[in-house]
Each structure stands twice: as structure tokens, then as C-alpha cells.
Design a binder for this molecule. Structure first.
Ligand code: BES
Ligand code: ZN
Length: 635
């Protein structure tokens, strides 16, 4: 393939006219180029145990993919060219691979290079080391395929799409899944620029987490080729692809949304505040540095609410409620354009640096765009969620420290909500003005670089904290490195839900149905559903459902809370609705807890869970499958 960008040429300030091939050969002659490549952190706590790579010896700096999407075989097939930077005496480079079918590895001139694929670690998805003998090579060409079982990829049948006619493909790289379809060093601390040429059958469109280059090229064989470039070094988990029968609708000058034609109008209406959100985010923490901010609303099998793929956030359609009530999700994924994508956790045990900082930032965007009341209510829901987790696992459970050195734990309230409340607490102590100035310089000074908890702490000590007395009040190390919630936590304003909490008490006392439920915000309705007594008879559930229309809500967050409550009380009439929901939706945050709730119901729920899962498992992404498999294998 023709190379769209020469990574190292790009890194040279203004040598825009250099042709790619030359630039690569010039690399060694221009030592300055090295300075512009994102550094590798070498302190012990920055060493990623989820990669086989040894980036201090030899590292990938640029990936060029040339791949065909084969929907019939559910296979991705082609080549990856890797530009590498190696120590002068480096003999080999180690990449990550999980299940990749390697056909050949050569240097740029086509000279075969020796390689071995080591033994695959069966636990934890780490895969196997792919070790390549460099023999002086500066560029590697890997011919390979990713088969239908590649865990990052989900190939949807036409029936799993809204349109029902064409198949669909999407990828989910975070945390360590991209090694199942891209042979590179799959570690968040090893940033790489990338480009891609992707071919797909007509009439499918392809989008990626990079900037699409021009119009697709008709190849005359029923296929088209699409080209993409990401010229900023990103952690490789952010390389993402989606392909399907999709259309685009613009929002603002740099924002827009892709979705299936049948979904696009609803999607476009729901994300209508996105341009304002980008403006609000920039006003808070500095320029949006990625050019465009587009989104794609995927089919409901997508395993997450959202994924912050640069220039192309991936979204579940289940956030669409018709009233923009769930678009904290967009604020969240957008905020990752700073926390996560600009400044990235070097290791997954520090994922609070991505998710916690983002959850804080999300709440600030919500406040700026929708006002204090909505932000306070959403913060109060977050606080309830971290409280619930801590009550469940215990204040001193080691996994409740923000910085964990253990395995990456997915979806925990610790990284998200404890992380957010850490920053809210710091803000409340030093004041918003100082805090915002500090966070902005954190993003600026670490832009396009990896970071650790230790660096975050040091930076706060150096650039935020003014006195020893203030340091004592902040309790920074306790927040970051100790379990539980420190005593200085800035609790949410109890007034945020005063009315709802009174309604909860009235319902608990006398089953009084709140008359104005329909007028409440979604956050208020969620607060109510989450706090009413858990133990309900069938008659009580029927009355509640009848009065509040719970099973027919168009808001999936609320529907989920209703189904959980109903199934936890073995309420038969809710089973068909739960079954239909689980057959359509693959979002792990909904699917896993619903199966768990059924599973917890022993003789009543387990056969139902098994029956439903027998039908739905194959429609879920590997992430969701893994979560539910664990539930149904548990005691
Ligand atoms: N980056 C995460 C999704 C993720 C986390 C994927 C860990 C793989 C491993 C994304 O930004 C996220 O947090 N999504 C949430 C959004 C919510 C908190 C608003 C989700 O999917 O529910
Ligand atoms: Zn996130």
C-alpha cells in the first residue's frame, strides 16, 4: 500500500514535503525526531504486566494496516507494516499476539525475518509473545489474519442490525483485546501513530478512530477501499473500526454522528448538544486537539455504553431515551479526549487516571451545559454507587484503592466514582479556580504521554498544594493508595434529591405512589427505583408497574432498574420483558447484572438464566460473554 504518513517525517517540525520512504531512512540522521516520540516510562510502577513488549529495547512507533474485511468468513486479512525504534544492539522485538494467524514476516524489502510465537498464557487474555529477529530491519511487514474468534471483533448478522439487510462489524480494543486483530505492542504506555487501508464489500461504509482520507475508492470487484490516518501518537487500544450500512448526519462544524439509516434520526436528535459539550470542555481544560469529534451509534450488541475512540466515539443505541437524559455518556466519552486519550494510564492498574478523571470532567461538562442541579443529581447517583460498592466489599478491601497493582478490574465503581470524588474533594478544598488551572496544566504538560498515579501525586504536590497544612487536609496519598473513602470526602449536596428521598420514605411507609413521577428527571426516577425497599411482593410490584409504567419506559437505565427489582423478587410477569431485553441488548453493564440477579434466585432463576443464555450467548461480544460465563459458572 501507499503510505499515507511517514511517522518520523511527521515528527519533524516542518518537513512536510519529504516523501515517506525517504523520511524513514532519514530517521537515524535526525536525532531530533526521537525527542518528539512519546516517551516510554521506565519506573517500576509504570511497567505494564499485560504486555510482552520490551519497549526500552525495541518499540513500535507507527502501524500501517492494509486489511480486507471478509464478512462471509468473518475474517480480517492482510498486512501490518510496523516502523520500529530499537536500541543499537537490539536483536529482536517482542509484540503481543492473541490467536493471530501469521503467514510471513519480512523487512520492507521483502527479506524474510525469523520469528517465534511463544506459549499462550491461558489466563487473563494476555495471549502470547510474538518475537521477531530484527536482523537490522527498521520496518517489519507482517502478513496475517484474524479469524472469527478474535475477541476484539464482533461480526453481526443482518438480523442483529436495525436494518436487517446487511452485516455489521465493530471492534472494541480496551483494555487488551486489540492484540487479537492487530500485531503490535498492545500496551497503553507505548504510543503509536497509525494509518490504514481497509477494503469492504459495497454498500458498506467503514469508519475508524482516525481521520478518513478522501472518498472511498471503488475497486471494481464489488468492494471499496477506505483510508484513515491517525497522525498523533495514541495508545494502541484506541485503534478501532466499524463497518456496516451506516449514514452520517452533521451536528456542528466539527461534530457529527454515524448510524444505521433507521437509527440515524433518533441518534441525531439525542446527540444534538454535542457541539456545545465540546465548547464547554474546551472552556474548562483547553483546546480539543483531535480535529473532529464524531460518534457512531452502533447496533445494541455493542458491549459498552460508550468507548472513547479518538475522533469517533463508539456508542450503544441503548442510551437513546428521546430526551437526552442519558447523554452524560457523551460528556464522558468526550472528556476522555483529554483524560485517557491525551494523558493515558501507563498501566491498567491505574485506570482511574482515565476513568476517574473523566468521570469528574464529565460532571463538569454536564454542569456547564445543563446547570448545577442536573450535575449535582448525577454526582449524587455516583456517590450512591461508590457507597454501595464499599458497603458490599468492605471499606478496607485492597481493591478499593484507586491505584491497584493487581489485575485490571472492569467496570468497578472505584476507578470511576471514587476517582471522581477524589477530584471533587480536592476541588472543594483548594477552590475551583486553582483546581481547574492545575488540571489544565496536567493535560497540557502530559499531552500525548502516559502517566502513573505516582506522577499524578507528584504533580499535585509540585503544582497545586501550597502548604503542609493544605497537604494534610487533602490526604492525597490516602485517596490514591489506600482503600475506602477518606474522611475528608466532599459529599454530594443532600438537597439534590430532597423531594425524591421524601417520596421514597412515603412509599416505604405506606406504599404511597409519587404522583409527579412522570415529571421527574431521569436521575430522580433512577434514585427512586434504586432506593425503594428491595423486598416486594408480586402485588406490590404489579401496583408499582401499573402506576408508574415501569415496564414500558423508553429509558433503558430505568427499564434495567425495574427488571432488576422485579427479577430479584421472582416476579414472573417481568420474565418475558427481561428475555426480550437480553435477546436484543449486549451491553455488559445491563446484561451481566440481570443474569446475576436471576442466578441469585436459585431454583427459580437459574433455569431461566440458562434457558435465556442458551439462546442469547452467541449474540454477545466476547466481553459480555466472559462476564456472563463467570456468573453462570459461579455457585
Ligand atoms: N473506556 C470506557 C469503556 C471501557 C472501560 C472499556 C474499561 C473497556 C474497559 C468508557 O469510557 C466508559 O467508561 N464507558 C461507560 C460510560 C459511562 C461511565 C458513562 C460505559 O460503557 O458504561
Ligand atoms: Zn470512560
Amino acid at each position: 500500500m501507499r503510505r499515507l504518513i511517514a511517522p518520523l517525517a511527521l515528527l519533524l517540525a516542518s518537513t512536510a514535503c519529504t516523501t515517506p520512504g525517504e523520511a524513514i531512512n532519514e530517521r537515524m540522521a535526525v536525532p531530533d525526531a526521537f525527542a518528539r516520540i512519546a516517551p516510554i516510562l521506565t519506573t517500576p510502577e509504570a511497567v505494564d504486566t499485560s504486555t510482552y513488549a520490551q519497549p526500552q529495547v525495541a518499540r513500535v512507533v507507527h502501524v500501517a494496516l492494509d486489511l480486507d474485511l471478509d464478512f462471509a468468513a468473518q475474517r480480517v486479512d492482510g498486512t501490518a507494516m510496523l516502523d520500529i525504534l530499537a536500541e543499537p544492539d537490539a536483536q529482536e522485538i517482542v509484540l503481543d499476539s492473541k490467536g493471530l494467524q501469521i503467514a510471513a514476516i519480512t523487512d520492507e524489502a521483502g527479506r524474510a525475518l525469523d520469528y517465534t510465537v511463544g506459549e499462550e498464557v491461558t489466563q487473563g487474555g494476555k495471549g502470547a509473545p510474538l518475537t521477531i529477529q530484527l536482523d537490522g530491519a527498521k520496518t517489519l511487514r507482517i502478513e496475517y489474519a484474524a479469524a472469527s474468534d478474535a475477541a476484539a471483533l464482533q461480526w453481526l448478522s443482518p438480523e442483529q442490525t436495525e436494518g436487517g439487510v446487511h452485516p455489521f462489524l465493530f471492534s472494541q480494543g480496551q483494555a487488551i483485546l486489540n492484540r487479537t486483530w492487530i500485531p503490535t505492542q498492545d500496551s497503553p504506555g507505548i504510543r503509536q501513530t497509525w494509518e490504514a487501508r481497509i477494503t469492504a464489500p459495497k454498500p458498506l461504509d467503514v469508519v475508524m478512530s482516525g481521520v478518513r482520507q478522501g472518498e472511498p475508492e471503488d475497486l471494481g470487484n464489488g468492494r471499496r477501499a477506505f483510508r484513515f490516518v491517525m497522525d498523533k501518537p495514541v495508545p494502541p487500544y484506541l485503534i478501532a473500526i466499524a463497518a456496516g450500512d451506516i449514514d452520517f448526519a452533521p451536528i456542528g462544524p466539527r461534530t457529527g454522528v454515524w448510524a444505521e439509516p433507521a437509527t440515524l434520526p433518533r441518534a441525531r436528535a439525542e446527540v444534538g448538544d454535542t457541539e456545545e459539550m465540546v465548547e464547554a470542555a474546551e472552556a474548562l481544560y483547553g483546546e480539543y486537539r483531535w480535529g473532529r469529534y464524531d460518534m457512531i451509534v452502533l447496533p445494541p450488541a455493542f458491549p459498552y455504553g460508550g468507548m472513547e475512540n479518538p475522533v469517533m466515539t463508539f456508542l450503544t443505541p441503548t442510551f437513546i431515551a428521546g430526551d437526552r437524559s442519558n447523554n452524560g455518556l457523551i460528556a464522558h466519552e468526550l472528556a476522555h479526549s483529554w483524560s485517557g486519550n491525551l494523558v493515558t494510564n501507563a498501566v491498567w492498574g491505574d485506570s482511574w487516571l482515565n476513568e476517574g478523571v473523566t468521570t469528574y470532567f464529565e460532571n463538569r461538562i454536564m454542569e456547564a451545559v445543563y446547570g448545577k442541579k442536573r450535575a449535582e443529581q448525577e454526582a449524587a447517583l455516583m456517590f450512591a454507587s461508590i457507597r454501595e460498592t464499599l458497603d458490599e466489599v468492605g471499606e478496607d478491601a485492597p481493591g478499593t484503592a484507586l491505584s491497584t497493582d493487581g489485575e485490571y478490574e472492569l467496570g468497578s465503581a472505584v476507578a470511576y466514582e471514587k476517582g471522581a470524588f477524589f477530584l471533587m474533594t480536592v476541588e472543594s478544598i483548594v477552590g475551583r479556580e486553582r483546581f481547574d488551572a492545575w488540571l489544565r496544566q496536567w493535560f497540557d504538560n502530559h499531552a500525548f504521554q502516559p502517566a502513573t498515579s505516582e506522577m499524578f501525586y507528584e504533580d499535585m504536590m509540585a503544582n497545586l498544594v501550597r502548604s503542609e497544612a493544605e497537604a494534610e487536609r487533602l490526604m492525597l496519598r490516602e485517596w490514591i493508595f489506600e482503600p475506602g473513602l477518606p474522611a475528608n470526602v466532599a459529599k454530594p449536596d443532600p438537597a439534590a434529591f430532597a423531594e425524591v428521598d421524601a417520596a421514597v420514605r412515603a412509599y416505604a411507609a405506606s406504599e404511597a405512589i409519587p404522583g409527579d413521577y412522570a415529571d421527574w428527571t431521569s436521575a430522580e426516577r433512577q434514585r427512586f427505583l434504586d432506593n425503594i425497599p428491595k423486598d416486594r411482593s408480586a402485588a406490590q410490584l404489579a401496583a408499582l408497574n401499573e402506576a408508574l409504567g415501569l415496564s414500558s419506559t423508553g429509558n433503558n437505565e430505568e427499564l434495567f432498574l425495574w427488571l432488576e427489582l422485579a427479577l430479584a423478587n421472582r416476579y414472573e410477569p417481568a420474565v418475558p420483558k427481561a428475555e426480550a431485553f437480553l435477546a436484543r441488548v449486549g451491553r455488559a453493564k445491563f446484561v451481566r447484572p440481570l443474569f446475576q440477579t436471576l442466578w441469585d434466585q436459585g431454583d427459580w432463576g437459574r433455569p431461566i438464566a440458562q434457558r435465556i443464555y442458551a439462546d442469547t450467548r452467541s449474540s454477545y461480544h466476547s466481553v459480555t460473554q466472559a462476564g456472563v460465563d463467570r456468573v453462570l459458572a459461579s455457585e
